[in-house]
Design a protein around this ligand. Structure first.
Ligand SMILES: [Zn+2]
Length: 385
């Protein structure tokens, strides 16, 4: 099989796999990996109210250690196709740059790890000293219900055990090799609701204005930081994003006031301990007089961190040996599927440069595809030494 990451990336980019469509992308992977001795499984996961999504698992080898590469072949929509200087699903190369939706997020990353694995296998009589697998979903860019979380459960039920995972998301900020992500903050949405008593503004003693109560509680929750940060994270942040009373009348005291907020939180909290902390602080500020409650939205965005150690060092050293750069170990940015993988094995994210992801003319220098393949190859060679 060809281990050319550029050809493979072009093949993948030509598949219009906008979530939840498979678009042919998993078939490209199946052909490539089955030809290299992988056992391939494709399965469709369903959930009421969400579209069915196809997922993919392929493994070669039976022993330990087991290194798995994770990723997604689905992409966000291209937006206005006329605005692209190269069509979003054509895989065109101009001046050493490959264009297309998913070029960096993350078909390019997948092409590089597949190519590196094929090279590694070819150099070792087609067999790893352990096991190598690919956990690929088609449901990352949308609701992420029928994707990685179910794929991991499916694999666990079959007895699959992973020792380490590399998620090939575009982790670098400006230049290939500048950043490995070893963690991501969690995210939690909630609404604070203060109930009062409706009445005429001229007779405030007969009413109870919830606007007073909610401003008191908002001030209290904003006054004190949730924490001072941790070894690997900045301080957690609670941000009110909307305050609503919906009152159109000036002579009416409303009955209820609501404030929505989002919390991005670090590894000093869990979803449950965080809710308790916020509720306790509100109770303290509310005293006897303010009646309030919280409505918490369901969240599957827990925090994750992989503490620096032998595995992060192995990845860092491989990056440095190819790029000459020592990557920073970062925990910034939004959530990723690593939040699910962390429950099964240590996971780090390292892939292409993220700058053009989700934008018109998403692109990747072909030199980056070649260099990223070389980095993954070094990781594999050292991991299976
Ligand atoms: Zn992505």
């Amino acid at each position: 099989m060809s281990a050319d990451p550029i050809a493979l990336a072009r093949d993948l980019l030509r598949c219009p796999s906008v979530t939840p469509a498979e678009g042919g992308a998993l078939t490209v992977l199946e052909k490539t990996l089955a030809g290299a001795g992988f056992t391939v499984h494709r399965m469709i996961f369903s959930h009421v109210g969400t579209p069915d999504v196809e997922n993919f698992y392929a493994r070669v080898g039976t022993g330990a250690p087991h290194l798995t590469f994770a990723g997604h072949t689905d992409v966000v929509p291209p937006g206005n196709e006329a605005a692209w200087s190269h069509p979003p699903f054509a895989g065109e190369i101009a001046n050493g740059t490959l264009y297309g939706r998913g070029a960096v997020d993350m078909k390019g990353g997948i092409a590089a790890c597949v190519a590196a694995v094929l090279e590694h296998l070819a150099a070792h009589n087609g067999k790893p000293k352990g096991s190598i697998s690919f956990l690929i979903t088609g449901d990352e860019e949308s609701v992420a219900v029928n994707g990685t979380t179910k794929l991991l459960k499916w694999a666990a039920e079959r007895g699959e055990k992973f020792d380490h995972c590399i998620l090939a998301e575009p982790s670098n900020i400006d230049t290939l090799g500048d950043t490995i992500k070893i963690g991501r903050r969690g995210s939690l949405n909630g609404t604070l609701i203060v109930t009062g008593k409706q009445g005429h503004v001229a007779y405030p003693h007969r009413a109870d204005n919830p606007v007073r109560g909610i401003t008191t509680l908002i001030s209290a929750l904003n006054a004190e930081p949730l924490d001072r940060g941790s070894d690997f994270f900045d301080p957690s942040n609670l941000e009110f994003v909307s305050v609503d009373v919906g009152n159109k009348t000036v002579n009416l005291i409303p009955a209820e006031a609501r404030a929505r907020f989002n919390i991005r939180f670090n590894d000093r909290h869990t979803l449950e301990s965080l809710k308790k902390l916020v509720e306790t602080r509100a109770r303290k500020a509310a005293g006897e007089h303010i009646r309030f409650r919280f409505e918490w939205e369901p969240s599957n965005a827990d925090v994750f961190v992989t503490e620096p150690g032998a595995f992060t060092t192995l990845v860092s050293d491989a990056i440095a040996s190819v790029t000459g750069r020592t990557p920073q170990l970062s925990s910034s940015g939004g959530t990723s599927d690593a939040r699910f993988i962390k429950d099964y094995c240590p996971v780090v994210e390292f892939g292409l440069v993220g700058q053009s992801m989700h934008s018109i003319d998403e692109h990747v220098p072909t030199a980056d595809l070649v260099a990223l393949t070389a980095i993954y190859r070094r990781i594999l060679d050292r991991y299976f030494q």
